[in-house]
Design a protein around this ligand. Structure first.
Ligand code: NCD
Ligand code: ZN
Length: 350
């Protein structure tokens, strides 16, 4: 039921999440588990998760960091490298806990140094993925330093995504954290009837444009990859997310880094939003009068794409103001959430 003051919807899932590892897990897993029933967990640890064995061990560490009595299912992924083998992909599929293989172009973002240098080296692996129905999760930015940083997603579509999908038309692809009108248009128009292509969209790309990086001074906690774009692109993302198209669904890309690593002469990319993710999405949808479209985007289209059941329980948000903490505990350092010290319009109440 929906009214002006509250919004109740099927419990959502997060289809793109960074949880890190070790002692840090206990400080971020509870925030995601509070809102989301499941999350696609990114494999870009300091030692990338390149094998089924490593992914299953990581899964156990995440479950150990989940508060007692809370149900949270980590959906694991493998990190694609030049050396990944078709056998490893088959093992991953057989494990039943690995739901995607992440393609980072080498050097595109945080912990991507072991990523793919040339997709041609992965051809046999991609054939296997296509044959057994293992989705490829794509960080869609070229890494050529000659290409303007703000254009790297659009260039990626032309140079890599279009040829990839022409070569593997039955490969299921998730274009992760899209940030441009070009990506919206491509996913909307080129998905094919069988829905082989979908995209995740973050809350911060729905709420902010690139001015947020520079408003009143340099603001490192708004820096992520792909970087925030112009207002025109933000509006295109918001139209896509609220359109009711099953090709677009929720993926926070919540990516915690220590305050020290962010507030530095060469700060890390990544915004921490797990704390208040659904509330941020609600605000974005509400801004265009589209709260009724939130449930499909947050709770239905993701599981439908991944071939998993929709969640059964429900959660409720209330229109209630609160202030985002300035910082949270994070190992020996602290973690600054997006919008720290500022006001939120929605609150998860049950
Ligand atoms: C992510 C991270 O910190 O792991 N950073 C980011 O800016 N989004 C990596 C990624 O998803 O690109
Ligand atoms: Zn990410």
């Amino acid at each position: 039921m929906q009214s002006a003051a509250t919004l109740t919807l099927t419990r959502p899932d997060d289809w793109h999440l960074h949880l890190r590892d070790g002692a840090l897990l206990a400080q971020v897993v509870p925030a995601s588990a509070r809102t989301f029933a499941r999350a696609i967990v990114m494999p870009n640890l300091e030692t990338p998760v390149t094998t089924t064995e490593a992914a299953l061990a990581y899964r156990e560490r995440i479950l150990a960091a989940t508060p007692k009595g809370v149900s949270f299912e980590p959906l694991m992924t493998l990190y694609l490298t030049d050396n990944t083998t078709p056998d490893e992909i088959r093992r991953a599929k057989d494990s039943q806990h690995i739901h995607g293989v992440k393609f980072y172009p080498a050097g595109a973002t945080t912990h991507s140094a072991s990523g793919v240098t040339d997709l041609k080296l992965c051809w046999r692996v991609l054939e296997t993925m296509q044959a057994i129905g293992m989705p490829l999760l794509v960080h869609g930015e070229v890494t050529d330093p000659a290409v303007d940083l703000f254009d790297r997603e659009a260039v990626f579509i032309d140079e890599q995504l279009i040829p990839l999908r022409a070569a593997f038309p039955r490969l299921r692809v998730v274009f992760e954290h899209i940030t441009t009108e070009a990506a919206v248009d491509y996913v909307r128009d080129c998905g094919g009837r069988d829905q082989m292509l979908a995209a995740t969209i973050t809350a911060h790309h729905l709420l902010y444009n690139r001015n947020a990086l520079f408003e009143g001074g340099l603001r490192p906690h708004y820096y992520c990859r792909p970087v925030l774009k112009r207002e025109r692109h933000r509006r295109a993302l918001l139209r896509a997310a609220t359109s009711g198209s099953a090709r677009f669904f929720l993926g926070t890309d919540s990516a915690p880094h220590t305050r020290h690593a962010k507030e530095s002469a060469c700060g890390c990319a990544g915004c921490y939003t797990a704390l208040h993710a659904l509330e941020l999405y609600a605000e974005a949808f509400d801004s265009v009068g589209a709260l009724a479209a939130l449930e499909g985007f947050a709770s239905f289209f993701g599981p439908d794409f991944y071939g998993l059941p929709r969640n059964r329980d429900r959660i409720t948000l209330a229109r209630s103001q609160w202030t985002v903490p300035e910082e949270l505990e994070f190992g020996p350092d602290t973690l600054v959430p997006l919008r720290a010290g500022e006001t939120m319009a929605w609150k998860l109440v049950s």
